[in-house]
Design a protein around this ligand. Structure first.
Ligand SMILES: Cc1ncc(COP(=O)(O)O)c(C=O)c1O
Length: 446
């Protein structure tokens, strides 16, 4: 009953989105241009909203419904939507043109800015997406070590490139996408974070293992932080065995403080991939790290490693918006603390509530990253393994739908808290999640 009523209410208030969705299905596979942007709603007979505008913590859809948005443009919009300082800076620049396919001083400035606040970054190559960055980092690592294998975290998301799209859905080896080589042929090993698995892989494959890549907090995988001690041990073992360590900081970079998360962790990898926030909401990817590894890509290098080459690499608007964003973030330490505390509080309050009420939902995350998982049964403090084993995709879709109906937009349950979110916004999010948690948890799916 709850599902039916929620779907009816959703549909009634979104006639324009529904109309466009019909057209979208005719022109775009699955109606979307990014796999997760159905918000899972197709699983329960719904359709996604089409967004018209964003302002601060809010989004407005084409039917004029307003949402407190936690998805924040795939975590990129840490300043909230349409921040005036970035908008004005970009507008100013637009008067000069926006794509020259040449070098601009802004890419040098952005590189300098990032290098200045991150001891692990000696040189940078910019590209357009995080997907490219992780693919290039893997290639650089293979070239540098002259070894073949890359180990990646299970449930780790590094973009849908051919190199790393293995075991992205969970901890069990799920079916591989048609069109990709088998992991063995592709030279990929996968491991569960915070477990012994990677240390066995290192032991058995040190002569062949070029690099280990992982996110310090599994983002697309659902907000699972890697244990800092585990990361430290990984650093020691990789160093000891001539294996490169790559942190994918596309989400965590500049998310918790005005630099990469590795500095706070005290674990400096050989290579780091960046994206999202450092482009100020414009398309960006970057690979940074030890000079001698990145320098392999220089046209002057004896055996130049082919990376980059994108028409839009170092895209001027991304450099400009990124620079302005990092400048603002440089003076935002208080705001970082505030949103970190808001996130921690929200996560703890929600988990306490879910647990006391024995609900089939659990929150995971770190500071301003907060995601919700729905399960087929209540489990007290489920482990990551249990969360993946008992994941209930339809219940997650219903949760998302019920949130939209109450003017909250998110993905992976919620997503993140930006500096535009007020304490009242976060209190509202908690109130709404608690309100819908019972019926979402009790709903039966066929
Ligand atoms: C950790 C991580 N790495 C890489 C990527 C890919 O970045 P992009 O979507 O810019 O290609 C993502 C995207 O969500 C990500 O979360």
């Amino acid at each position: 009953m709850f599902i039916k009523e929620e779907l009816q209410f959703y549909e009634k208030n979104r006639p324009k989105s529904k109309e466009i969705w019909k057209k979208a299905l005719e022109t775009l596979p699955g109606g979307i241009s990014h796999n997760i942007r159905t918000f899972g709603l197709h699983l329960i007979g719904g359709f996604p909203v089409f967004i018209n505008s964003g302002d601060g913590p809010n989004l407005k859809d084409i039917d004029d419904n307003e949402y407190i948005d936690c998805w924040c443009g795939h975590f990129a919009m840490i300043l909230g939507h349409n921040p005036p300082e970035i908008r004005e800076r970009v507008k100013e620049y637009l008067a000069y043109g926006w794509h020259f396919g040449t070098n601009t001083e802004y890419q040098v400035k952005l590189a300098e800015t990032i290098i200045k606040s991150n001891p692990g970054i000696e040189k940078i190559r910019f590209c357009v997406t995080g997907t490219e960055a992780t693919m290039y980092a893997s290639r650089l690592a293979r070239a540098f070590t002259k070894k073949r294998l890359i180990a990646k975290a299970k449930a780790g998301w590094h973009g849908a490139n051919d190199t790393l799209s293995y075991d992205i859905g969970g901890l069990k080896s799920v079916e591989l996408s048609p069109g990709l080589l088998k992991a063995e042929q592709a030279g990929i090993k996968t491991f569960e974070i915070n477990s012994e698995e990677i240390f066995h892989i290192i032991k058995e494959n040190s002569n062949e293992l070029a690099a280990i890549i992982l996110e310090p907090v599994l983002g697309g995988g659902g907000g699972f932080p890697a244990d800092p001690e585990y990361l430290k041990r990984l650093r020691e073992e990789t160093e000891r065995n001539g294996i490169l360590l790559i942190f994918d900081e596309v989400i965590t970079g500049y998310r918790f403080t005005n630099s990469l998360f590795q500095n706070e962790l005290g674990v400096i990898p050989d290579l780091t991939t960046m994206g999202k926030i450092v482009g100020g909401g414009f398309p960006i990817g970057a690979i940074g790290g030890r000079k001698e590894i990145i320098d392999q890509s220089s046209p002057d290098a004896v055996n130049q490693v082919l990376i980059g080459g994108g028409t839009f690499s170092g895209y001027p608007l991304s450099m400009i918006a990124g620079l302005k964003t990092l400048e603002i973030l440089n003076n935002s330490q208080k705001e970082y603390s505030r949103i970190g505390q808001e996130g921690d509080r929200l996560l703890n309050n929600l988990n306490q509530f879910f647990n006391e009420e024995k609900l089939k939902i659990i929150a995971k995350g770190h500071k301003s990253i907060i995601m919700l998982h729905a399960l087929t049964k209540w489990i007290e403090q489920p482990t990551m393994r249990e969360i993946f084993e008992f994941k209930d995709r339809k219940r997650e879709a219903l949760l998302q739908l019920a949130l939209f109906n109450r003017n909250i937009s998110g993905l992976h349950g919620l997503g993140s808290i930006s500096m535009a979110h007020t304490h009242e916004n976060v209190a509202k999010i908690q109130e709404v999640v608690e309100k819908i948690a019972h019926p979402v948890s009790q709903s039966e799916f066929n």
